[in-house]
Each structure stands twice: as structure tokens, then as C-alpha cells.
Design a binder for this molecule. Structure first.
Ligand SMILES: *[C@@H]1O[C@H](CO)[C@@H](O)[C@H](O)[C@H]1NC(C)=O
Ligand SMILES: *[C@@H]1O[C@H](CO)[C@@H](O)[C@H](O)[C@H]1NC(C)=O
Ligand SMILES: *[C@@H]1O[C@H](CO)[C@@H](O)[C@H](O)[C@H]1NC(C)=O
Ligand SMILES: *[C@@H]1O[C@H](CO)[C@@H](O)[C@H](O)[C@H]1NC(C)=O
Length: 610
């Protein structure tokens, strides 16, 4: 037995000694092996080099780098979360998402760890279809509601359209029934009753839209979902409010008890001033109120004339969509970067990204071209002759005024393109190909050349999925490209419909000629591949898509070898694929819920689904 004096715990009673020793042992273990910070995990190049020695005999062991550190791996794979897969992609949402390797947490190489899904704060609008409206007006209002929902969804909130049933559900509704009020006041009170019935959140007019960068302080405040005071915004009258349930219903009560309720037209005019906290400094919300629309003369002329009202209304959706687009374009004054890290043979691979960049840099159709949104009169309107700059850099740059469209290939695709061959085999992979080429090339400037590919993972994941990253970039995986699904998803990611009409011959006769409106593709940096080389790339890309779906030997084995050889590139590819899939599933799930909700008594809004 060790001399008593050497044991620092020896002055403690015997039982405590055991407890304390165990505790110290555990702490040391955690400190050594289980550190929370991903930077401290000893992932080194040596590890991957050692791994190479075993190839291809023990691939299956090597694919899960969890073996590197047995202390980190939980005994059982974490439970499958609801709605956490789509096609081949599956994911697990967890705070540990920035760990270089997902499989050390999910114990499943195909399941990526994504950042936890943020809880979206509800933003409500009240829509009462009303009667005596023609089809044109109804269609326009429906389009406006879709635009409203899309724009707020893209800003990280959960848009909900309320109607009469919610208002009637509020116990305070009875008091309103016994009062004589102006029809305008009645509608305003119905909005408030519906909101009070739902509770904490935001109430917005459906002509009040977010037109500001994702990180704008007002939008950040709204997203947080904690409103210590009932807030309204100076200059926006009843356009938008934020508050908690009790405060909302208190305001309604105050209004219903107000003496002047019979003469006034809106709740904010009858309640005591101190009920609201008024935010004087903000410019994130564009409210197309009557007075704001007056500035767009050609629309105002029609809209405020009883006979042409519907025509005027049907010009609004296009106007608002173009303003949302302009706001986005203004945020990225340095233009759009289409990332192309290994430019020799990847022209065909980044083609969809270039198409997307061209569409984004184009001007949206607008009934009032080169106009600015009501909340930013000093915007720089989109001018067809000076479209946004598109570049194709080989490295990722983290510039706040630059939007990046990345294309992350599966290492199998990349190897096949780089070496211009569709007959990859184990020997070839080991002898002829470099490891993790894509991630090393893409982050060469951002992280220098000294870091291992594993330690770069955290940064690339951050660029894809962090709050800041997701609003400054978009990452595509070329293996699964379906332009129709992509376009639909993109509208909800950006918050506006991206121009995508191929200008046809009929259009080129109009004063703004069609084909000229779309900016040309950027000039490739370096050697321009000829038509034959492009065809070859396309063939290889198609073959790789098929090979990746193939689960039969020997293709499946080669794929496994490629993945084991390029652990970091594979990880990034899976991560981007899962992140995109989850965005889509989140939206579809919400859509499904809303549809159920809108289908019933909702009347006018419900009937526009499908
Ligand atoms: C991961 O996916 C590939 C291809 O879809 C499949 O062959 C493999 O068995 C999957 N691995 C696990 C652990 O499910
Ligand atoms: C990019 O810059 C932002 C802000 O400057 C920072 O928060 C973010 O972590 C950076 N992203 C990467 C991938 O370095
Ligand atoms: C971009 O626009 C073209 C037509 O102009 C269309 O064919 C293509 O699908 C669009 N792509 C995206 C991603 O919007
Ligand atoms: C989500 O999961 C539920 C039940 O598991 C399922 O009924 C629903 O279709 C799923 N939704 C989506 C969008 O996958």
C-alpha cells in the first residue's frame, strides 16, 4: 500500500476517499477525452495516414472516426428524431453539431449532426376574405398572402394566417358584439381579438414585410420571441406589433372600455398611450400602407379608383416581390461568388450554381421599375445594364457583402472528374488521388495551408449552417439536382421568387428586350474548356450520380474506399445534403399543419390552397 502521506485524500474518511478519487478520475477523463470544444480534439493528419495503412481491408472500422476516441462514443446510437430524414439524407439535431465528425455522435455514417432547429416565433396576420370581391382581387390577395408568408419564413419566423374563427374564440368577442363601432374599427378589433386568442407573438398586416438583412436588430429582436412590453413601431401605425398574451388582451379591454370607441377607426387611437412601448428607431419593415402606396403613382392611380381597384391590387404582388429582391441585392454589394475550388474539370459541375447566380443578379419584373421599398427610399434599384457582379473564385471568402454559392461534390464525383475517368478502383484511389482535395482547396485562403483537413470541417460547417453563414451563402450538392424542387425551395430560403423565365422571342419586341435582361455568365478564370471537354464532364457527372446510387459490388466497395480516403470531403458533402434536406422537411411539415388549419372554416384563405 502506498504511504498514507502521499495520498492527498488520506485525511478524509475511507468512504469519502473512494468517492473523491472516482470524481477526480472522471474529471481527468473528461478533460482529456471529452472536451466540449471541437478544437481540442487531437485530429491529426497522422491519424488519417495511419488509417491508410489498413486500406482497404478494414474500411468498415475506419469509416467511423469514433474509434479514435472510444470515450466519446455513446453506447447506443441516439434515438431517431421525428421527421429527420428525406431520401438518403438523415440527420440528428444537436448542440454538438460543430464536432468535425458527425458519426462520432450518431454512430451512423449516413446520419449528420445538424445545429438544433431554432424554434420559430409565430407572426400572425388577420385575413378576412370578405364578400363582394371579384376573382382578380381574390387572386391578388392570395398572392400577397403567399408573399407575406414566404418573406417572414425566410427571416426565421413562423407565419400564421388567422381569420374570424380565432377572433370569435376570444372571450372578449362578446363585448365587441354589444358595441356600435365603425366597420374599420371592427376589423381592427377582430385582428386584435384573433391575436389575443393565439397569444404571445407578432401581429402584422399582410402588407407589412421584412425588407432588411437577416441580422438586422429589429428582426433579431422579433425572432427572439420575448417581448417584455407591448411594442409598436413609430411611423408604421397598425402595421406591426409584438407582445405577450396578457398585454394584448389588456390592450383590447382598454379599447373596448374606451369612451371614444364609436368615433375612432383603430385600436391604437383609443387606448391610453402608456399601453404601448413605441420603438422610434427601425428600418427593417416595409409597410405598404395607403400613404406608402401613393408614392408608386401608376399603381395608386388604379388602386384608389373604385372601378380599377382590382387591377391596381394585382400589380402589388409583383411590386413587392421585386422590392424584396432589390433589398437582397443591395445587401451584397460585392456580388455573388460561385465557388469553384478545382477549376480544371468542374465547369459542368458548377453550372447550376452559375445559373442560379445569374438569376439572382437579374432584375425582377416590376410594374414600377427602379422603385425602392417604402422603408428604404435610398436603395439602389436594380438596373439591367449594371447587374450584380458574378465571380468564380477558387477559394471561399468570408466577406459580409459577398454572397457565396458553393457546390460540394461527393469525393467519388470529384475524383472521377479530376482524373477524367469513370473506372475508379481501390488501387487507383490509393496511388493516384489526393485526400480531401476539395476542402483543402476551398479553405486555402480562409485557414491557410497548415491545418489538417479535419480541423477545417468545423469552419466549413459554420459557413453552411450558422445563423451568419446560412444568410450569406448557399451550398448545393451536384449529385442530386432537380431544378423544379430547387426553385421552389429557394423561394422560401431567399423569401422572394427568383426570376427564372427564359426570355422568349415574343418578349424581345417589348421596350425592355428580353434576352438582354439576363446577365451573361461570368468569364471563367483560367482556361476555358471547349465543347467536347464539357460534354465529357457531363457524361462523367451523370455516371457518378448513378454509381453513388448503386449498392452492388464492386461499385459500392469503390465508393466506400473513396469515402474512407476522403473523410473530411465526405463529411462536408453529407452535412450539406442533410442541411438542405432538413430545411425542406421543416417547411413541408409546417405547410402540412397550416393546410389542415386553413382547410376548415377558414373560408376564403383556405380555399386557395393547392
Ligand atoms: C449508408 O448509405 C449507403 C448508401 O446509401 C449504404 O450502402 C450504407 O449501408 C449505409 N450505411 C449505414 C450504416 O446505414
Ligand atoms: C465569417 O465572419 C463572421 C463575422 O465576421 C463570423 O461570425 C463567422 O464565424 C465567419 N465564418 C467563418 C466560416 O469563418
Ligand atoms: C434560372 O433561370 C433559368 C431560365 O432563365 C431557368 O432555366 C433555371 O432553372 C433557373 N435556375 C434557378 C436555380 O433558378
Ligand atoms: C413527419 O412525420 C409524420 C409522422 O411521423 C408524418 O406523418 C409526416 O408525413 C412527416 N412529414 C414530412 C414532411 O415528412
Amino acid at each position: 500500500m502506498a504511504p498514507r502521506s502521499l495520498n492527498p485524500c488520506s485525511y478524509l474518511p475511507r468512504r469519502l476517499q473512494i468517492v473523491v478519487s472516482l470524481a477526480i478520475f472522471t474529471i481527468v477523463c473528461i478533460a482529456l477525452f471529452g472536451s466540449a470544444s471541437p478544437y481540442e480534439i487531437p485530429y491529426q493528419e497522422e491519424i488519417s495516414d495511419k488509417a491508410a495503412e489498413y486500406l482497404p481491408k478494414q474500411i468498415s472500422n475506419l469509416k467511423t472516426p469514433g474509434w479514435i476516441n472510444p470515450f466519446r462514443a455513446p453506447a447506443h446510437a441516439p434515438p431517431v428524431q421525428a421527421n429527420s430524414s428525406s431520401g438518403e439524407a438523415s440527420w440528428f439535431s444537436d448542440w454538438k453539431w460543430q464536432n468535425p465528425f458527425s458519426s462520432s455522435i450518431t454512430l451512423d455514417e449516413n446520419r449528420s449532426v445538424l445545429p438544433p432547429l431554432k424554434k420559430r416565433v409565430p407572426i400572425y396576420t388577420y385575413y378576412d376574405g370578405g364578400k363582394n370581391k371579384d376573382q382578380v382581387a381574390m387572386k391578388a390577395e392570395h398572392d400577397l398572402l403567399v408573399i407575406w408568408r414566404r418573406a417572414w419564413w425566410a427571416q426565421g419566423l413562423k407565419p400564421v394566417v388567422l381569420g374570424k374563427p380565432e377572433a370569435i374564440n376570444n372571450p372578449l368577442y362578446r363585448t365587441l358584439q354589444n358595441l356600435e363601432v365603425d366597420p374599420e374599427m371592427e376589423i381592427d378589433l377582430m385582428r386584435w381579438l384573433a391575436w389575443g386568442n393565439m397569444g404571445t407573438g407578432i401581429l402584422a398586416n399582410w402588407l407589412a414585410l421584412p425588407m432588411a438583412p437577416y441580422g438586422d436588430p429589429t428582426l433579431t429582436y422579433l425572432r427572439r420571441g420575448e417581448y417584455p412590453e407591448l411594442t409598436r413601431y413609430e411611423g408604421l401605425s397598425s402595421g406591426i406589433f409584438a407582445g405577450e398574451k396578457d398585454a394584448i388582451n389588456k390592450a383590447i379591454k382598454a379599447a373596448l372600455e374606451g369612451k371614444e370607441i364609436a368615433e375612432k377607426k383603430a385600436l391604437i387611437e383609443v387606448v391610453p398611450e402608456k399601453i404601448f412601448n413605441v420603438d422610434p428607431q427601425h428600418d427593417a419593415i416595409a409597410f405598404y400602407s395607403t400613404s406608402a402606396i401613393k408614392k408608386y403613382k401608376n399603381i395608386a392611380e388604379k388602386l384608389f379608383n373604385e372601378e380599377t381597384r382590382s387591377d391596381g391590387l394585382s400589380m402589388l404582388p409583383e411590386l413587392i416581390n421585386s422590392h424584396l429582391h432589390t433589398t437582397w441585392q443591395n445587401q451584397f454589394s460585392s456580388g455573388i461568388a460561385v465557388l469553384k475550388p478545382l477549376p480544371e474539370h468542374t465547369s459542368q459541375m458548377v453550372f447550376p450554381a452559375i445559373e442560379l447566380a445569374r438569376n439572382l443578379s437579374q432584375c425582377s419584373d416590376s410594374p414600377s421599375p427602379s422603385s425602392c421599398p417604402p422603408n428604404r427610399e435610398k436603395c439602389s434599384p436594380c438596373v439591367a445594364s449594371h447587374p450584380m457582379l458574378i465571380t468564380t473564385p477558387t477559394i471561399f471568402r468570408n466577406t459580409s457583402t459577398l454572397f457565396t454559392v458553393g457546390t460540394i461534390p461527393h469525393p467519388y464525383t470529384l475524383a472521377s472528374l479530376q482524373h477524367q475517368t469513370d473506372t475508379l478502383n481501390t488501387r487507383f484511389i490509393r496511388r493516384q488521388t489526393k485526400r480531401d482535395e476539395w476542402i483543402l482547396a476551398a479553405t486555402k485562403e480562409l485557414l491557410g495551408t497548415g491545418l489538417s483537413s479535419f480541423s477545417r470541417l468545423t469552419h466549413v460547417k459554420d459557413a453552411i449552417a450558422s445563423d451568419y453563414g446560412q444568410s450569406h451563402s448557399l451550398w448545393l450538392t451536384p449529385e442530386k439536382y432537380d431544378s423544379k424542387t430547387l426553385q421552389e425551395d429557394l423561394a422560401w430560403i431567399f423569401g422572394f421568387v427568383i426570376p427564372n423565365d427564359t426570355p422568349d422571342d415574343g418578349r424581345s419586341e417589348t421596350p425592355v428586350p428580353g434576352p438582354e435582361r439576363r446577365p451573361p455568365p461570368p468569364k471563367p478564370e483560367g482556361k476555358v474548356p471547349d465543347q467536347r471537354a464539357l460534354m465529357r464532364e457531363k457524361t462523367l457527372l451523370d455516371k457518378s450520380r448513378i454509381a453513388l446510387k448503386n449498392s452492388v459490388k464492386p461499385t459500392a466497395i469503390v465508393r466506400d474506399v473513396v469515402e474512407a480516403w476522403n473523410l473530411a470531403d465526405t463529411e462536408v458533402w453529407r452535412f450539406a445534403r442533410a442541411y438542405n434536406a432538413r430545411r425542406r422537411v421543416e417547411r413541408l411539415k409546417w405547410d402540412e399543419e397550416e393546410k389542415k388549419f386553413a382547410g376548415g372554416e377558414k373560408g376564403s384563405w383556405g380555399r386557395w390552397w393547392d
